[in-house]
Design a protein around this ligand. Structure first.
Ligand code: ASP
Length: 438
């Protein structure tokens, strides 16, 4: 058994968290490769080291002294080392970083130092080797990972280092410059390494025990999701249920490696397992896997007499949105009507212009705008096997006095989306949860 264990910012925020990580790693010999983020927040008013490094860069860019911010960062690391009683000359590393700072310091280099320093400290604490991400993660000039080179190098390097800590979040460009992934990208590093070495499982340690069936700010004490497929996860995270970086899914999914989301503060909880495909097992009784949603959508309802007979009508409508580069969420349609659902934030400044154009270019009979709409997605791989799921869902909403303004179900049948007014959003989620979860 071979595991890659990635620890997010809150799992490595201070010395106490580092000790928890050590216990977790020592509990299983299979946890041979460890990926770390930079120290995250220790409490809600605290700062993430990565944010402070970005702030440092902003100071440098605007020629404002950056030392004060840098010293806050330095103190965090000095404190961690002191409390762990480690013999690392952290000032040597900090001075080296400082010596590389000049007016046009590469921002990616600077902000990646958070994970770099953390990985050095973690390696020392665990007695593992330190392997720098710049030696194993390679980017092309177009900013994409060069997977072939990266995979080969990871295999070659990690063959030499049977136990290693690797900093997440960055790699190197062909010109030798450091390049980072987008924020939260240490998840991607862990996924790439898991694939390259053929790990049996990719553990992603964070501060929650995986995914919950609904947002705990809306539903009291929602059940934990024990198992979820990649497709379900994609639907739920698109609707706001995020724990993992979107792009982290692809490398391990390609290699059919499950991801296990675990809680560093509660290692006894087995967390959520993300698996590929629809498995046969256990969970068929559980009809839905989770509920998620987002507020603040605008619906543009277009009516045109005899629309059904007019070839290319919808294309004309969509082109108007394309010209403004606005992405569309849903397009529910009737015989002589079609509605376009868009995020209110995206459409705000173009709304009147777009309505005008629909009237003129598409010769619409009427165009109505409905603002302040929420979308609620009920997701479940097992829905397809059960009769009456939609009926139960709509009954629950009706009985709880929620007016459904839109319904959309993809033919894959893993997702039923309902549009409700923002004011009914929480009520809708509670009603659906109540109807399906015992
Ligand atoms: N430290 C980086 C961030 O805050 C990357 C990560 O934590 O995954 O975005």
């Amino acid at each position: 058994m071979l595991k890659v264990a990635k620890f997010g910012g809150s799992s490595v925020a201070d010395a106490c968290q580092f000790k928890k990580v050590k216990d977790i790693i020592e509990a299983e010999k299979s946890r041979r490769y460890v990926v770390v983020s930079a120290p995250g927040k220790r409490h809600s008013e605290d700062n993430k080291i990565t944010d402070l490094l970005y702030l440092c860069h902003a100071h440098i860019k605007y020629s404002v002294p950056y030392e004060q911010v840098f010293n806050i960062i330095a103190k965090r690391y000095q404190g961690i080392i002191e409390e762990l009683g480690l013999d690392i000359d952290i000032n040597y590393y900090l001075d080296d970083i400082k010596s590389n700072i000049n007016d046009d310091v590469n921002i990616d280099y600077l902000v990646s130092r958070g994970e770099y320093l953390n990985a050095i400290i973690m390696a020392e604490l665990l007695g593992y080797d330190f392997v720098d991400a710049k030696d194993i993660i390679f980017f092309n000039y177009n900013g994409q990972v060069d997977f072939e080179k990266t995979n080969n190098k990871i295999v070659e390097m990690l063959n030499k280092h049977k136990k290693a800590v690797i900093p997440g979040f960055y790699g190197i460009l062909e010109n030798g410059k450091i390049k980072t992934f987008s924020r939260g990208g240490s998840d991607i590093t862990g996924s790439i390494i898991s694939k390259a070495i053929g790990a049996d499982i990719y553990e992603n340690w964070t501060d929650v025990s995986g995914f919950l069936m609904a947002d705990p700010r809306i539903v009291d004490n929602p059940k934990q999701i024990n198992k979820i497929t990649y497709r379900e996860l994609r639907e739920l995270s698109y609707m706001g249920a995020t724990v993992l970086h979107d792009e982290a899914i692809f490398p391990v999914r390609d290699a059919s490696i499950p991801i296990n989301i675990r809680n560093t503060n509660n290692p006894d909880n087995r967390g959520t397992i993300i698996i590929d495909g629809e498995d046969s097992d256990d969970s068929k009784n559980q009809v839905i896997t989770g509920i998620a949603g987002k507020k603040n959508f605008t619906v543009i309802a277009i009516h045109k007499e005899h629309m059904a007979n007019e070839v290319g009508f919808i294309k004309k409508v969509l082109e108007i949105f394309e010209e403004k580069n606005i992405s569309i969420e849903h397009i529910p349609s009737g015989i002589d009507s079609v509605s376009i659902v868009i995020s209110s934030e995206d459409i705000e400044q173009y709304l009147h212009d777009i309505v005008e154009q629909i009237k003129i270019k598409c010769n619409a009979t009427s165009v109505k705008i409905y603002e302040n709409m929420g979308l609620v997605a009920t997701v479940g791989r097992n829905m397809v096997y059960k009769k009456g799921v939609a009926g139960k869902l709509f009954t629950a909403l009706g009985e709880n006095d929620v007016n459904i303004r839109m319904i959309d179900q993809g033919s894959s049948e893993i997702n039923i989306i309902v549009g409700v007014e923002n004011k009914d959003f929480e009520k809708a989620i509670k009603a659906i949860y109540g109807a399906f979860v015992k």
